[in-house]
Design a protein around this ligand. Structure first.
Ligand SMILES: [Zn+2]
Length: 394
C-alpha cells in the first residue's frame, strides 16, 4: 500500500509538500533517503536514523542479492525484520549497480548477464527476476528494472535503452505477485529532452505508483541535469511521487525540489562523512585540515545536531587523524542531520509559500562563503582529493 497526498504547493504548484503513507509509517516529502546499500547505513543504527528524523531509507537489491542472498533475508522475515529498521524501505532494482559495478555486463532484450563485482561469479537478471528478488526482500517501495547506458552514447543507443526500459517496465508489472508493495517506473532518455519526455509518457501510460528519474548525476554538468528535470517532470502526473535517483549535493536537493521532485537518495552525506567532509550552511569543512587542530568551535555553530552540541572541530580533527571509528560515526551523524534539516527547512518554506525566497537565500549564503557549487574549480579539486583519499583506503 502506498498513498501519496499533496498537502501544499508553492512556486505555481511546482514545489510540493506531501505525505507518503506506507505500511511502515508516513514520510513527509520532499524527503531525502540515506543509502544503506548492504542493509545498513554505514555506521548508523536504526535508532540513530529515527532520532535524526529519517523514516525512509534505501537498500540495494543488487548488493543484498549477492550477499547474503534474497532468499536468506526472506527466510529471516524480510528486510525490516532482518535489519531491525522500523521505518519504510525502498529497494533499488539493481539496474544501475549491474551497469556500473558488475563486470562483463551483456545486455539483451531478455535481460542482463554479468559477473559479480565481489567474486566474479556469473549471474543473469531479468525484469522478472528483479521483481522476484525485491518481493523476497520485502521493501515498501520497489523499483522497475531499467537499462542505464553509459553517457555520452549515440542517440540511437540511448533510444534503444529507453525502449528496452519501457519493455522491461511492462514485464516488471506483469511479474508482480505481491500487492502490498508500491512499484515505481524509472524514466531514462540520457541527456536528450525529447527522449526523456518519450520515456516518461510511455511509463505514465502504464500507470505506476510513482516515477523515478534515472540516469542523471553521473558526471554531467549540473545545468544538464536541471534541464533534463525541466523536460521530464511536467510529463509526470502531479498526484504521484517523483524520485530523483542518486542525487545529490545540497544545492541539487534545493534545485530538484524547485523542479517538482519529492524524493532523493545519495551516498553523499555518509560517504563524505567517512572521508572527513562535513556540510554546513556556509559550505563544507574538510576536517583533516591543520587549521582545525585547535579549533574549539563545533562543525557548524548554527547546527543543532548532537555532535555540534557536544564536540569541537579540534576533537573531530584528532579522531579523523588517528582513524578512530567514533570520528567517522560522528561525522556521519552530523552530515545526515544536515541533510534531514535541509529537507525540513525546504518543507516549511514551501508550506509558508516562501520557497522561492528560501532558494535565493540558500544560494546567496553559499556564494558569500565561496561555495559556488560542485561544478566550480575549487570543488572539483575537492572531489579529486576525495577520490584520492578513497583510493588510499582500499
Ligand atoms: Zn552538526
Amino acid at each position: 500500500m502506498l498513498e501519496f497526498t499533496l498537502q501544499q504547493t508553492d512556486m505555481g504548484g511546482v514545489a510540493r509538500v506531501g505525505a507518503l503513507k506506507t505500511a511502515h509509517g508516513t514520510i513527509e516529502t520532499p524527503a531525502f533517503m540515506p543509502v544503506g546499500s548492504l542493509g545498513t547505513v554505514k555506521g548508523i543504527g536504526p535508532e540513530d536514523l529515527m532520532g535524526l528524523g529519517y523514516r525512509l531509507i534505501l537498500n540495494n537489491a543488487y548488493h543484498l542479492y549477492l550477499r547474503p542472498g534474497h532468499r536468506v533475508i526472506e527466510e529471516l522475515g524480510g528486510l525490516h525484520s532482518f535489519t531491525g529498521w522500523p521505518g519504510a524501505i525502498l529497494t533499488d532494482s539493481g539496474g544501475f549497480q549491474v551497469f556500473s559495478l558488475a563486470k562483463l555486463c551483456r545486455v539483451t532484450d531478455e535481460g542482463v548477464t554479468f559477473q559479480s563485482h565481489v567474486d566474479g561469479s556469473s549471474h543473469h537478471i531479468t525484469p522478472e527476476r528483479a521483481i522476484e528478488i525485491q518481493e523476497a526482500l520485502g521493501a515498501d517501495i520497489i523499483m522497475a528494472f531499467d537499462e542505464c547506458v553509459a553517457l555520452p552514447s549515440s542517440r540511437e543507443r540511448v533510444h534503444e535503452a529507453l525502449r528496452r526500459t519501457g519493455a522491461w517496465a511492462r514485464r516488471c508489472q506483469a511479474a508482480r505477485r505481491r500487492s502490498d508493495q508500491a512499484l515505481f517506473g524509472i524514466v531514462q532518455g540520457g541527456h536528450d529532452p525529447a527522449l526523456r519526455v518519450e520515456s516518461a509518457q510511455d511509463l505514465v501510460s502504464l500507470g505506476f505508483d510513482g516515477y523515478a528519474v534515472g540516469g542523471l548525476s553521473v558526471g554531467e554538468e549540473k545545468s544538464v541535469m536541471y534541464s533534463m528535470l525541466d523536460a521530464t517532470v511536467p510529463a509526470l502526473p502531479a498526484g504521484r511521487p517523483r524520485y530523483l535517483m542518486g542525487v545529490g549535493l545540497p544545492e541539487d536537493l534545493v534545485e530538484g525540489v524547485a523542479r517538482g521532485i519529492d524524493l532523493f537518495d545519495c551516498v553523499v552525506p555518509t560517504r563524505h562523512g567517512r572521508t572527513g567532509w562535513l556540510f554546513t550552511a556556509g559550505g563544507r569543512v574538510l576536517i583533516k585540515q591543520a587549521r582545525y587542530a585547535k579549533d574549539e568551535c563545533p562543525i557548524d555553530p548554527a547546527c543543532c545536531c548532537p555532535v555540534c552540541r557536544k564536540h569541537s572541530r579540534a576533537y573531530l580533527h584528532h579522531l579523523f587523524g588517528v582513524k578512530e571509528m567514533l570520528g567517522v560515526r560522528l561525522n556521519t551523524v552530523h552530515n545526515l542531520y544536515y541533510f534531514a534539516d535541509l529537507m525540513r527547512q525546504i518543507r516549511s518554506a514551501i508550506a509558508a509559500g516562501s520557497f522561492a525566497a528560501f532558494r535565493r537565500e540558500f544560494h546567496a549564503k553559499r556564494e558569500a562563503a565561496g561555495v559556488v557549487g560542485a561544478g566550480d574549480a575549487a570543488d572539483r579539486g575537492g572531489i579529486e582529493e576525495l577520490a584520492a583519499m578513497q583510493e588510499g583506503r582500499r
